[in-house]
Write a protein that binds this ligand. Structure first.
Ligand code: AMP
Length: 300
């Protein structure tokens, strides 16, 4: 089995224990999912990350960090004169807030070359991308990515998509919604979060979210809902999986990303959808008990 995640990994500056000091790390939604999948996926699974990176020292460190996470770096395209996307975490009375610098990120060029996309997809079985992957691209290169995903799907690859709605990354909510539903139209699996979908698409309940993605042509929809039950729908059959209670939720960063990794790991092992969703819930339940995006986990 070969898993390919497509998107942007960023440098993260997180407050260290000494005030004024920061710890440098690397994270990003699709990268986080790849990182967790490398931990909980099938033993024979090769996990690769597709992105564009620069050629300076920070990118060498990023590539080393991706590789140290057990993720193949063969599909990291080098772009000259571009830099890394960066975010800084600020703490105010225990509350985290985020500041982003990603306008000059090399990852914005990840879909510039259709040939590179095609080659990476041909060498993969499951291909994963998100609404954030779409948001960082120009309209023309977004279309290049859609074309490549559509062709990969038509040739039998499994395409998985987390809409990850982030209106701040888009010129307008309308533009975001249109692109996200185009992403859904080339996907077999969609993994939306109900709260975001209700805010931006006006869905009355998780069933409405599942129905909208199914109507766009997605076969399997898994609707996350924080601590609430996860609704899943496959070929018009619906079910629910309760989220195990977590006594001490420390930080929900990457809860959805790790959940997606658990679900996809289960499906790649040909487990039932309920079993796969349950694995996603147990994995995310561990991740919310740790701090930061990448929490060391054993297979739950
Ligand atoms: P979200 O993206 O916030 O809907 O969360 C993704 C997944 O993380 C959920 O489906 C749960 O499995 C897990 N999760 C999130 N918040 C909590 C919580 N407070 N307690 C337990 N699990 C959670």
């Amino acid at each position: 089995m070969r898993f390919l995640a497509i998107g942007e990994c960023m440098a993260e500056l997180a407050p260290a224990s000494k005030p004024g000091d920061y710890h440098l790390g690397f994270a990003g939604d699709t990268f986080n999912t790849a990182w967790y999948l490398a931990r909980v996926g099938p033993e024979d699974c090769r996990v690769s990350y597709f992105s564009a990176i620069g050629q300076d020292e920070i990118f060498r460190q990023m590539r080393d960090a991706i590789s140290a996470g057990g993720i193949d770096t063969e599909y990291l395209l080098e772009v000259a004169d571009q830099t890394v996307g960066l975010y800084l975490i600020s703490l105010n009375n225990g509350e985290r807030s985020f500041s982003y610098w990603r306008g000059q990120s090399a990852a914005r060029h990840l879909a510039d070359d259709p040939g590179s996309l095609r080659r990476a997809m041909e060498n993969s079985d499951v291909i994963y991308f998100s609404g954030i992957t779409l948001a960082i691209l120009e309209e023309a290169t977004r279309d290049t990515l859609f074309d490549a995903l559509g062709a990969a799907r038509a040739s039998g690859k499994m395409i998985a998509f987390d809409p990850n709605l982030r209106p701040g990354l888009w010129p307008s909510p309308e533009c975001m919604k249109e692109a996200v539903m185009q992403g859904a139209a080339v996907s077999d699996i969609s993994l939306p979060s109900f709260e975001d979908e209700a805010s931006w698409f006006g869905d009355a309940d998780p069933e409405a979210t599942a129905e909208r993605y199914a109507a766009a042509g997605v076969d399997t929809v898994v609707v996350k809902n924080g601590a609430g039950p996860v609704l899943y729908r496959q070929s018009s059959e619906c079910g629910v999986c309760e989220v195990p209670e977590v006594a001490d939720v420390v930080d929900t960063t990457a809860a959805g990303d790790s959940f997606n990794a658990g679900v996809l790991a289960g499906l790649m092992e040909n487990r039932s959808l309920w079993d796969s969703v349950s694995l996603g819930c147990r994995l995310a339940g561990k991740v919310v008990q740790g701090r930061g995006a990448l929490v060391p986990v054993d297979r739950p």
